[in-house]
Write a protein that binds this ligand. Sequence first.
Ligand SMILES: Cc1cc2nc3c(=O)[nH]c(=O)nc-3n(C[C@H](O)[C@H](O)[C@H](O)COP(=O)(O)OP(=O)(O)OC[C@H]3O[C@@H](n4cnc5c(N)ncnc54)[C@H](O)[C@@H]3O)c2cc1C
Length: 695
Amino acid sequence: MSTETSIAPGPLSHYRKQAKFCWKKMKHFIEDPELLQIKMTVWQTLEKDPVFKRPVELLSTEEMKRRTAIQLNKYCQYNFLAPETANFPYKRKTRFMMTVNEALAVTYPDVSVKHAIGIGLFKNTLTTLGTERHKHILDAAWNNKVLACLALTEVSHGSNTKQMRTSATFDKERQEFVINTPDFESAKCWVGNLGKSCTMAILFAQLHTNGQCHGLHAFIVPIRDPKTLIPYPGITVGDMGEKIGLHGIDNGFILFNNYRIPRENLLNKTADVTPEGDYESSFSDPGRILGAALENLSTGRVGIMQESSNNLICAVTIALRYAAIRKQFAPNGDGSLNKNELPLIEYQLHQWRLFPHLSAATVLRIFVNCFTEDYLSVVEQTTSSDKIQDLSDMVSEIHSLVSSAKPLITWSCRDAVQECREACGGHGFLKASRLGDIRSINDPCVTYEGDNNVLVQQSSNWLLRQWQSLKQDNILSTPLGSCDFLKNHERINKKFGFTSPTQLLSVEAISQLYEYLIIHLIKETEAKQLEVLSKTKCKFTARCETQVYHAAVLSRAYIEYNALKYFWKHISKSHQSLRETLNNLGFLYGLNCLEKHLLYFYQGGYATGPELATFVRENILSLCAKLKPDALGVVDALAPPDFVVDSVLGKSDGKLYENLQNLFFHNPGAMSRPAWWSEIIIPNAPDFKQVKSKL
Ligand SMILES: Cc1cc2nc3c(=O)[nH]c(=O)nc-3n(C[C@H](O)[C@H](O)[C@H](O)COP(=O)(O)OP(=O)(O)OC[C@H]3O[C@@H](n4cnc5c(N)ncnc54)[C@H](O)[C@@H]3O)c2cc1C
């Protein structure tokens, strides 16, 4: 097993030995050793536990739900976080929680989703939106006495949260909120854990008091009796049925009929209702209350970024270990049996297909690690006071970064997994390759916690606001510096002036290209919006009709550049022996992303001749060649242990064919006659073995 301490010699040694650096040193540079140790503890514990033994056969959906729920209970019993963690400052506590969840997510994704919604997000929401009066519920959650769900989405609305119609009306006489679902379209749905297992919900509903609606607020709502799991009267709740993945999660729907909860169940950090029925809020604008409530969901989005970056790592680990062992064709080209066949990794086409994903895995992993630190620092600041003050510039910038980072990482993972599946040929289609499972677990990540295509619009909107404020008032609010280069917009290079491909291989050159691109896209998007606005007089239409080729690309370029900036900042602290490889990975990531945007450089007049496109592409190919000797070392540095990667094609021992033989021969029932053999017998079918022997 590839632990962080040892890798046995074997068929992969040939490529491993070529690496210019020590993979362990690289591993400890990429991942904080303290956090890595937490993960190793989780993995080593679960590997030994029979409850977590992985089935070789496909299970029924019902059985997967049962197993996932049982595994969650067992996982909670382990208490990977010591009880005193609850008293740690927010940032340290949440970082530890996130790390344990990361370890679980990459190994048992269904259990992790169940835990993340039912316990992690629940605790987080109570911490950020609740107050002292919810402490007993928070304590119960910390002691794993509650399994919850987060009910926001309705049947007819997911992305447009403002249109949700589940209502909570204050009844002054009884000091209660009365919850109602007006019709089926406003039933809550898709809610994880709600179908069969949770006992509590954090429900988002429109708050009404004294005949006035104050917008969407979060409430604690008991769903089932924890002793019997029977739903309480006034609720119609059920499971949504078969899905195309995440079979261990009971996604459910719920309708309320005059269902009552105490006044105190309103999570009242941002707004409250007094016993007299008066509504009091620390914000004047209802839109901002919703913003504050939903901002809390960002933690879930950061969790998804971590999860997807780990899945991306697993996918490239499998495909590259396979590529180093799997051989096809020899230079003599006659296809005859000879010993000179080349491993797939030697082919330029194969390198070009996989190495950009390896570079993405490294850059995005480091980006996620460093960004999580910044994110938690900002949240810590907002939760340290009793009331959330006006959303600061920092929170807006974090929101802008998360809104494009979650899409970038989940889409990068989606694309990488598919390429890796194909790069493993037919064997990649085996369930035991794990690539199908990784593809399936990443799939809903592009939709939940904010659909990617909707989410990225938040980043471009924020950038355009920054641009307008800079032009009108000379003010740029970017405390984290994600768009500080806008200040220099008049001075940036507007013409391609490089004379040889190698000049592009620098942080400065790639930054110059990105800064030009982002400013060009901002200007183009703004101009296009004004054009549509002058025709339609409608801001909404103007925004909608400037997404394609404009705002959506702007968000993408913005976050790619910021991921690289985080990466470059971090690698400036790396040991000299790691620097060349890390630089090459960063350049490959940057140039490969920029290659997809080449058209905009020509459209904007930055480049006119063939040099830009030619230089970018020549560099991509030369970087692939340079990275070949280092690729397996990078994989070892990134990869979790074999138990976690769990792929017959991607084991660290490199014994590809022995492992496949073991799988084929021990696959249950592989060599036995099927129980239904008599149903498929073709009457009077000739037996050629017999016929032959008679002849
Ligand atoms: C496995 C799974 C688990 C989930 N768990 C939960 C949960 O625990 N709790 C919960 O509350 N919800 C949950 N959800 C729901 C999820 O959050 C929503 O599906 C998601 O927010 C998207 O909303 P929607 O499905 O209504 O899609 P829609 O908003 O209807 O979007 C459909 C498509 O239209 C596009 N679109 C929408 N608006 C625009 C626009 N303005 N411009 C261009 N394109 C647009 C979107 O990009 C998308 O591709 C879960 C979903 C899944 C799949």
